[in-house]
Write a protein that binds this ligand. Structure first.
Ligand SMILES: NC(=O)c1ccc[n+]([C@@H]2O[C@H](COP(=O)([O-])OP(=O)(O)OC[C@H]3O[C@@H](n4cnc5c(N)ncnc54)[C@H](OP(=O)(O)O)[C@@H]3O)[C@@H](O)[C@H]2O)c1
Length: 373
């Protein structure tokens, strides 16, 4: 055999071993560690933790020491914290590729949750934007907890008085995603026709309202049981996905925001008008290694060859966007839809329910200090 072929076969074998090794490393799951003993004395918080990858059953409520408050930090007593699909993705460590950042074998960060709303209970000596007693909402890693400590310059905003803690606590991830999908990635203009696939879910219920607030004509796709709710929050038209496939109908859209990813790319592009755009927010869940990223990566590859703009997005939490959302809530243009509310001790049930994929608006965990103890 020529040396060239031997070299090629050697390289192919090495690559195969490397890929198999990486696949085995990524899919390896360490057993669940027990929580370290809680230190006596000092301030503490009860927080939901995951010390291994797995189903919601691995979640625990642990007593964790609070860090000393720094001069620019505030302490927030959480009153409500919402769950998002990202919470069960991190909990399961799936798709596996995300373990490269989240931790190989077990999660590096044991805390769970991001969205929250609550009341400022303590402020550092240099804090100027917040005072004790302020009602706030925002985003912070580990939000499923009684108490959070965060910088006053972090993702923290005053809560409008006309929304409940449960509503404000439901905002950060889902509403930011909807806003950025419509405004930044979709370039939605007033008067345009937008279709929202997955209109009754966490992101969808915000997307319908934000699109309406931006002056669009909104078509929502959901099942019949949610039709009335989706109309009530502003949809001009509703398509029941069990009775009709929107990609087979005559209507054309300027923008499609797709939270579900259950149609072929060509089918979505086929119902876009001449200047239509497609924004993929959610994707097909198939496959443990790449999961919904498969479709997103494929779209990146083919997008330059398509005759209409199409792309996937990853939301980025920003304080200015949370302020925009707070302003809309204050004006009444945006009213978060809350589906079920679970107490902190039953956060695992909240995540399990969300994971079924049929939430009607947002799933929220309420946090009452006395109830959690
Ligand atoms: N790219 C990003 O930055 C980003 C950010 C946030 C979320 N996401 C992704 O976006 C997706 C949606 O998130 P979410 O928080 O809205 O999830 P969610 O709250 O779990 O969405 C559930 C909703 O999806 C609806 N649905 C299920 N099958 C459907 C179908 N075939 N057609 C239309 N609607 C259907 C359900 O309605 P029925 O009960 O009536 O079936 C339910 O109301 C998830 O995949 C999530 O991972 C991406």
């Amino acid at each position: 055999m020529k040396r060239r072929y031997k070299l090629l076969i050697g390289l192919a074998a090495l690559s195969a071993v490397a890929v198999i090794g990486l696949a085995m490393t990524l899919s390896y799951e360490s057993p669940c560690e027990s929580a370290p003993a809680a230190e006596a004395g000092g301030d503490y918080t009860l927080a939901v933790t995951a010390r291994c990858y797995g189903s919601p059953e691995v979640l625990r409520l642990e007593r964790l020491a609070l860090p000393a408050l720094q001069p620019q930090q505030v302490r927030v007593q959480v009153r409500a914290a919402a769950v998002n699909p990202l919470d069960w993705h991190y909990l399961r460590g799936k798709p596996y590729v995300m373990r490269l950042a989240a931790g190989i074998g077990r999660p590096d960060n044991v805390r769970v949750g991001v969205d929250f709303a609550g009341v400022v209970s303590e402020v550092g000596a240099e804090v100027t934007r917040f005072a004790v007693g302020d009602e706030v909402f925002g985003a912070r890693n580990g939000a499923l907890a009684e108490t959070l400590t965060l910088s006053e310059d972090g993702l923290l905003i005053h809560k409008p008085s006309n929304v409940s803690f449960a509503q404000a606590g439901a905002v950060a991830v889902a509403a930011t995603t909807a806003l950025q999908a419509l405004r930044d990635h979709g370039g939605l203009q007033s008067g345009e026709r937008v279709l929202i696939n997955g209109a009754s879910g966490g992101v969808g219920t915000f997307a319908v309202q934000i699109a309406k607030a931006m002056g669009a004509n909104v078509t929502g796709v959901c099942s019949a049981r949610n039709e009335q709710m989706v109309r009530a929050i502003g949809a001009d038209r509703v398509i029941d996905y069990k009775r009709a496939d929107y990609t087979q109908l005559a209507e054309r859209y300027d923008l499609i925001i797709d939270m579900v990813g259950n149609h072929a790319l060509s089918a979505n592009l086929g119902v876009l008008g001449e200047r239509g755009r497609l924004v993929m927010v959610g994707g097909n869940k198939a496959g443990d290694y790449l999961g919904p990223l498969t479709d997103a990566l494929w779209l990146r590859v083919v997008a330059p060859f398509l005759d209409k703009p199409a792309g996937s997005m990853l939301a980025e939490l920003r304080r200015e966007d949370l302020q925009t959302l707070a302003d809309w809530m204050e004006s009444g243009a945006l009213s978060p839809v809350v589906d079920r509310v679970y107490p902190l001790q039953r956060a695992a049930e909240a995540i399990a329910y969300l994971e079924q994929g049929h939430a009607r608006g947002k799933v929220v965990v309420s946090v009452e200090r006395s109830a959690a103890e």
